[in-house]
Design a protein around this ligand. Structure first.
Ligand code: 3H9
Length: 700
């Protein structure tokens, strides 16, 4: 696309209008940057123009630098030059903001002399989410308007902020600079109102050139050291927030030119980093995961049924209600139904308390809930999600019943974690309606949903479920049927390697420490204690896929034999305060270690020394090996989908990209050597041959 097409010039009386039209999100590609410079020059030279409005077409103001250009050499004009050119303009420039003004897009707005916005617009500097810091003056101009403390929070959190939310906080610098000079009603005509606003300034002779860069930063009474320490702790290994905080600190007393120079250097260094590559990769694979080659149009789904009001069912129901769906919750009896409704209300109250929703929003969502024991009330549902306990026979009965009460087009989804969905589909006359929708616990919070394609699932049912997942503001990955689908099958393989290392002499706390220090959200053994060691044990014992060997879970089996089921029994791999099982910290328990040692001796396994590096290496190799097998078997559409599953379902550190991204970092030759070594120690049943050339398909 050439310059003329991405940025155009028009005029309204004495106001020049620069319009960016570069769908989908008006990213600051080279043509947009050049178009802005050329357009500005043109309007500056036009003697009839007294002010310039910068606006965007399509669905949003500029959403940032063009992420697709980040892997390539930078091209002129660079964004810092563009924003400085805007600030230096000899005529006042007014940014008209709607949708999302993010990253470079917000930096452009900060360089303008006025900012007006629709009340529902969002702004932010999300660069840290891509392993970067703002690279075009964001760390410099923002603190000059909102003060050092607020700017530090905004830059290091990477959060999107509602315009009204910020305006309510009345953030104005002591020099009279403000983030927004005017805020207009949501959904109103932004351009028309901006023109009236600017004409008002012209007619009243109040039009000014307010250059933010000429002001100083206010950091009175601000404890930088404490704030930076807190940010470093919270970053848990992520580099960008810490670099951002230090840049804000180091440049706070500098002029804008010197400050932007340091900011740019740090931005360029981070752009080359593995963390930024991982985070940019994560951003792009999430978008790709939701895509299929199905041509079918998704069905309109507004009315959803959820069967089962336990933890999982109530979490799923909460997610649907929060996204505005009409929801019918079904339970077997009134007492179970009441508990389910109570759980849903508790979930909403938590959101209310944390400020994520207000009372009115909560009431509106809960008004859409019908709770009943009468299955006939599912007659209007276009989708029903079953979340009852994991028993194949009971689920088959339920689906036979659902087929009778639901309408012919209704999609029937099971939330099973392990069971064979084909066996469930086979009991009804419309197996094409049956799919899996595997939510992760807590379902109202976790982003991932595996949409499972059984042998006879129709494409319409699958694509409709994926569209619903997007509406839930979650991320879907299409997977095939096998034991545990993509996520839990890999989790089982990962768990088996952890268990094997326990038997070989690695200590419980050493394994958890190694994995959390590396970046996993929780240690694998603490996770088992939290979810109940018997849950996985029972699933493995009853697993219906004979070709899949759940393998070596002897340490977990030993815990179960000794009624050490985890937090719920006050002891598992760790020990917990008996009076406060859920709240207390896991304590190392020598009894658990003794039980594992005794089991290892019984199996004739020799004890060896482990270090953190070996623990992490073996855990990662288990994931990489199983992931490659899954892809080869066609359980996932693409290798990168595996990383999406691990980033969003299992607390894999986002700045490490996922198991497959890690495989690329380790390198194919190294992986081949490591796998060969493990295969010779444990055998090819545990470490089968895998096709490492598949890794070449990953585009980073
Ligand atoms: C930056 O600005 C650095 C500067 O400080 C310094 C530079 C020197 N570029 O998410 P969606 C595409 S760093 C290119 O489905 P939504 C996206 O891939 C950047 N493309 O829509 C997708 O493409 P496709 C700081 C982009 O409505 C399509 O747009 N900015 C970019 O759910 C629709 O996206 C950010 O980090 C981009 N910057 O959400 C913002 N952004 O159709 C990142 C999106 O081919 N973006 N695309 O799959 C977002 O957060 C969301 O996309 C947004 C829209 C909220 C804007």
């Amino acid at each position: 696309m050439n310059t003329q097409q991405t940025v155009t010039i028009s005029k309204h009386n004495h106001i020049g209008i620069l319009t960016i039209d570069y769908p989908p999100v008006n990213a600051l590609s080279q043509s947009v940057r050049q178009g802005l410079i050329d357009g500005l020059e043109n309007l500056e030279n036009d003697n009839t123009v007294k002010a310039i409005v910068l606006q965007c077409q399509s669905r949003t103001f500029i959403a940032g630098a063009d992420i697709k250009e980040f892997g390539k050499p930078p091209t002129e004009p660079l964004l810092p030059c563009v924003v400085n050119r805007i600030e230096d303009s000899t005529k006042p420039v007014v940014a008209a903001i709607f949708g999302t003004s993010l990253g470079g897009g917000f930096e452009v707005a900060l360089a303008c002399h006025y900012r007006v916005a629709l009340a529902d617009a969002k702004i932010g500097l999300p660069e840290v989410n891509l392993g970067l810091i703002p690279g075009a003056g964001g760390t410099q101009r923002l603190p000059r308007i909102v003060g050092a403390q607020k700017a530090l929070e905004m830059v290091t959190s990477g959060k999107h902020y509602g315009v009204s939310e910020l305006a309510n906080k009345d953030i104005t610098s002591d020099k009279g600079l403000t983030l927004f000079d005017a805020i207009f009603e949501a959904n109103s005509d932004l351009l028309a109102q901006t023109l009236v606003y600017v004409e008002g300034l012209i007619n009243s002779n109040n039009l000014q050139i307010k250059r933010v860069g000429e002001q100083s930063v206010n950091d009175d009474n601000f404890d930088w050291s404490k704030a930076i320490t807190t940010i470093s702790k919270k970053a848990r290994g992520k580099e960008a927030p810490v670099v951002a905080a230090n840049i804000l600190f180091d440049t706070k007393a500098m002029g804008i030119k010197d400050g932007m120079k340091l900011e740019r250097e740090a931005f360029l260094t981070l752009r080359q980093s593995e963390q930024s590559a991982a985070l940019r990769y994560a951003f792009s694979i999430e978008k790709i995961a939701a895509k299929t080659d199905f041509k079918e149009t998704p069905l309109a789904i507004n009315n959803v049924g959820v069967i089962g009001g336990g933890n999982m069912g109530s979490g799923i129901a909460t997610a649907f209600l929060a996204a505005g769906f009409n929801l019918t919750l079904i339970e077997q009896n009134q007492a179970a139904l009441d508990s389910g409704v109570e759980r849903i209300k508790t979930n909403f109250k938590r959101n209310l308390k944390s400020g994520r929703i207000n009372q009115k929003q909560m009431d509106t969502c809960l008004d859409n809930l019908i709770a009943t024991t009468d299955y006939h009330q599912l007659g209007q549902s276009e989708l029903v999600v079953e979340a009852i306990f994991e028993d194949l026979a009971v689920k088959k009965q339920l689906f036979a019943k659902l087929e009778k009460v639901c309408n012919a087009d209704c999609i029937l989804a099971t939330n099973t974690s392990y069971l064979d969905i084909n066996a469930i589909a086979d009991v009804i006359k419309r197996p094409q309606q049956v799919i899996g929708m595997h939510f992760f616990s807590p379902a109202n919070i976790m982003k991932l949903v595996e949409v499972v394609q059984a042998d006879k699932s129709s494409k319409v049912a699958l694509i409709s479920a994926m569209a619903v997942v997007k509406k839930l503001n979650k991320i879907s990955v299409l997977v095939g049927v096998c034991f545990g689908f993509a996520g839990n099958r890999m989790y089982t393989r990962y768990g088996r390697e952890i268990q094997q290392m326990l038997l070989e002499g690695a200590k419980i706390e050493q394994i958890d420490q190694a994995m959390t220090t590396w970046g996993m959200a929780m240690g694998p053994l603490a996770v088992q204690d939290l979810s109940g060691i018997d849950i996985g044990h029972n699933a493995r014992s009853a697993q219906p896929f004979p070709e899949y060997d759940p393998g070596y879970f002897r340490a977990a089996a030993t815990m179960v034999e000794n009624n050490r089921l985890g937090r719920k029994t006050g002891q598992g791999f760790y020990r917990y305060d008996q009076d406060n099982n859920n709240g207390s910290k896991p304590e190392v328990d020598p009894v658990a270690a003794d039980l594992i040692r005794a089991k290892a001796a019984e199996l004739g396994i020799k004890s060896t020394e482990f270090n953190d590096e070996i623990i992490v290496e073996r855990a990662l190799l288990a994931l990489i090996s199983e992931g490659l097998s899954l892809y080869k078997e066609g359980i996932v559409q693409r290798l990168s989908d595996i990383d999406v599953v691990w980033l969003h379902g299992y607390g894999f550190p986002r700045h490490k990209g996922g198991p497959m991204f890690q495989a690329i970092q380790i390198g194919k030759d190294n992986i081949a050597l490591m796998l060969e070594r493990l295969r010779s120690q444990q055998g090819s049943k545990i470490w089968p041959e895998v096709d490492l050339s598949l890794l070449d398909e990953l585009s980073l």
